[in-house]
Design a protein around this ligand. Structure first.
Ligand SMILES: Nc1ncnc2c1ncn2[C@@H]1O[C@H](COP(=O)(O)OP(=O)(O)O)[C@@H](O)[C@H]1O
Ligand SMILES: [Mg+2]
Length: 291
């Protein structure tokens, strides 16, 4: 979607970078949520931010969306600084937040109309796009019910439809498959891939589920304790991790590391988890048969 009105002219983008972040930090009181992140996402790219709970994924996505200000560092989205031009950035992106912020008293129909109007999308084309997406997700039956009465998964689908509605140049999806059944998850994964391949849109999404990142991402960034500890294609991450492997049988079938193995190796969590499992085994001894 083009930025309209009296907004500042958008600077030309270097190498079609849609997101460019340099040395971003975020501190919440004594918590260092982000400790110097460098990140680039290009148009047509699906970038997966993979990390455990509390790693900093949502904070980073909120900074890109202009909802949270970084403590330091530089952030550019479509060439603009979200803290200087928050309205322009917000209107140019699609964002599915971690927890839904929908208007409970509206129906999905009213909500989509509201989103289309604030985004300045032509009513007919918005209706067509929404109708297709809503049909894919089986939302029609809920179209006139108050959002407050709908299930978590249905609210998540509404949030996703609203984010895709205007084919944004950048989609930020924070754990988008949370609460979705397998059919809807599959549709979202396909939508993400289509959006990048057909529309040339950039997609940045976060997940703590390896399998999702493994399937649909061009590049994956592994975020851990506020740092991007590794980044690359799945093959690049595998070879980084295999350089760290000691030659023992800790790689799954046929010597090819899964993303989970790569992740545990790159975050040094492997030994820690093995230790935790040992402790748990001791805490839950095998029960002796009663005699
Ligand atoms: N508004 C906030 N106030 C205080 N601490 C926060 C806030 N938001 C996030 N944090 C902290 O920052 C860290 C990163 O959180 P978050 O970005 O939500 O991680 P993730 O999305 O990877 O689970 C966590 O330690 C979290 O408790
Ligand atoms: Mg999160």
């Amino acid at each position: 979607m083009e930025v309209r009105g009296d907004y500042p002219a958008r600077p030309r983008l270097a190498e079609e970078s849609v997101v460019e972040i340099s040395r971003a930090t975020k501190q919440f009181d004594s918590i260092n949520a982000l400790c110097g992140i460098d990140l680039k996402v290009r148009s047509g790219e699906v970038y997966g931010l993979l990390g455990p709970n509390g790693a900093g994924k949502s904070t980073l996505i909120k900074i890109i969306a202009g909802i949270v200000q970084p403590t330091s560092g530089s952030v550019r989205v479509l060439g603009l600084d979200p803290s200087v031009n928050p309205i322009e950035v917000k209107s140019a992106i699609g964002y599915v937040p971690e927890s839904n912020v929908l208007y409970d008293s509206l129906s999905p129909r009213d909500f989509f109309e509201f989103v289309a109007s604030i985004r300045g999308i032509d009513r007919t084309s918005a209706n067509e796009k929404v109708a297709k997406l809503a049909e894919a997700f089986g939302l029609e039956q809920y179209y006139d019910s108050p959002i407050a009465t709908l299930s978590m998964g249905t609210k998540q689908k509404i949030s996703i439809v609203a984010a895709f509605m205007h084919s944004p140049k950048l989609l930020l999806l924070d754990e988008p498959l949370n609460g979705l059944d397998s059919r809807s998850s599959r549709i979202v994964k396909d939508l993400i891939s289509l959006h990048a391949q057909r529309n040339g849109g950039a997609v940045l999404f976060s997940t703590h589920i390896m399998e999702i990142a493994e399937r649909i991402c061009g590049r994956i960034g592994i975020i851990y304790q506020g740092k991007l500890v590794a980044e690359g294609t799945l093959d690049e991450l595998r070879s980084k991790a295999s350089a760290l492997y000691t030659p023992r049988a800790n790689v799954s079938n046929e010597g090819v590391a899964t993303l989970e193995e790569v992740f545990l190796k790159l975050t040094n969590e492997e030994e820690e988890i093995a230790e935790t499992v040992r402790t748990l085994r001791e805490a839950f001894p095998v029960r002796q048969p009663l005699v």
